[in-house]
Design a protein around this ligand. Structure first.
Ligand SMILES: NC(=O)c1ccc[n+]([C@@H]2O[C@H](COP(=O)([O-])OP(=O)(O)OC[C@H]3O[C@@H](n4cnc5c(N)ncnc54)[C@H](O)[C@@H]3O)[C@@H](O)[C@H]2O)c1
Length: 358
């Protein structure tokens, strides 16, 4: 086991995020006092879940495997209810704990089951996608989708620790690794420009899960998210900066009926938000242009269908993040200086879309 990097998330119930390779031996230490440990995972992570279960057994804990359907199919109230049934059948108590293994969908539902069982038991996400490591597993937002939309039911329930075991990325499909890099680049623009220099210096290393570069990128992005959510667990304000690029991205995902990867939509959204900031007189042209160049170096998409604008605008207007009928965008006032653009004109928004997606 290599020495992990420890990044602390502050807060009433602060917790460590461990980043490194081959970290699974750290799990029992995070679950002190538990007798049973529910191990929730989707089918693609079954082998890893088996390894985790045998490690828990060796440490004297009783693992309770909870296999759920993969990806968004596992992030439903019906799946959570089946998990509650299993916990009930096993007399799962308040001192027992849940481990969620997988991408953001699996860790979201695992956290939701932990948040709701006996009004909250301890949990540890073991994110295995890049997006899970740098985003979904950190911050304590848990939840499920409903027929009316994504993430509509959930709870803030911070974990007791997060294990970002980089060796799990070895089996992640490359397209998912690259998609996760959009959130990494976002962290670079809103808070840590060294991320951008690293990617620009060696984009091939940025997409190689075994490279020291990926470890640096994960550590840096985790720090950015940890700093923000440590200061604002419940999205009262500061946390909004994490939404950079996401207003348009959420609309693209909806218009695509979630057939696009989140990271791909975020990539287009970042180029849009940067161009909007520039055209609104907030951001210099060079930094705005740098968005497109960094994202392109990684092979991420930087534009979307030119004819989609009316649908995208209508979708953004009902986005839960907008206030009333006015749209709000996170923009940059400069590198690592996020701020809010409240109520830009429809004409400006359409012009910027034409420019980005011509
Ligand atoms: N809670 C939050 O704050 C938060 C933040 C961002 C995103 N999310 C949620 O995260 C989800 C998206 O996460 P995602 O991009 O990880 O997608 P995902 O969870 O759907 O995972 C994508 C696919 O990769 C597979 N996979 C994951 N790790 C693997 C590995 N190491 N090897 C092989 N296959 C692997 C998964 O099984 C799945 O098939 C969405 O539901 C989104 O709402 C939550």
């Amino acid at each position: 086991m290599s020495e992990p990097t420890r990044i602390d998330v502050a807060g009433e119930r602060g917790y460590p995020v461990l980043v490194g390779r081959d970290l699974l031996a750290n799990l029992p230490g995070l679950l002190d006092g538990a007798a049973q440990v529910a191990v929730l995972h989707g089918p693609p992570l079954a082998a890893l879940a088996d390894r985790i279960c045998s490690g828990l057994r060796k440490a004297g804990l009783a693992p309770l495997p909870l296999e759920v359907p993969d990806a968004e199919a596992g992030k439903t109230i019906e799946v959570a209810a089946r998990c509650w049934d299993t916990l009930g059948g096993a007399n799962f108590t308040r001192t027992d704990a849940v481990i969620g293994i997988g991408g953001g969908a699996a860790t979201d539902v695992a956290g939701f089951v932990a948040a709701t069982w006996l009004r909250g038991v301890r949990w540890v996400p073991v994110p295995t996608s890049l997006l899970g490591m740098v985003d979904a597993a950190i911050g304590g937002k848990t939840g499920v989708n409903t027929a009316a939309g994504k993430n509509l039911v959930g709870s803030f329930h911070p974990p007791v620790g997060v294990l970002c075991d980089l060796s799990t990325l070895d089996t992640l499909p490359p397209v998912d690794l690259v998609a996760g890099l959009a959130e990494v680049v976002k962290c670079g623009f809103i808070a840590d420009p060294t991320i951008l220099s690293l990617v620009e210096s060696d984009p091939a290393a940025a997409v190689d899960p075994a490279s020291p570069m990926v470890r640096s990128l994960v550590e840096r992005s985790v720090r950015v998210k940890a700093d923000v959510v440590g200061a604002d667990l419940r999205e009262s304000g500061l946390r909004e900066v994490l939404n950079y690029g996401h207003t348009l991205a959420h609309a693209i995902e909806k218009v695509e009926a979630y057939g696009w990867r989140h990271g791909h939509a975020v990539s287009v959204g970042l180029v849009y938000a940067a161009t909007l900031g520039w055209r609104a007189g907030r951001l210099d042209e060079e930094t705005a242009t740098r968005h497109r160049s960094v994202l392109s170096l990684l092979g991420l998409p930087v534009s979307y269908r030119p004819d989609a604008w009316p649908d995208l605008l209508a979708t953004m207007r009902v986005d839960k993040k907008s206030r009333g009928t006015r749209l709000r965008f996170v923009v940059l006032d400069g590198l690592a200086k996020p701020s809010i653009l409240d109520g830009p004109t429809e004409e400006l928004l359409a012009d910027v879309y034409r420019e980005v997606c011509a």
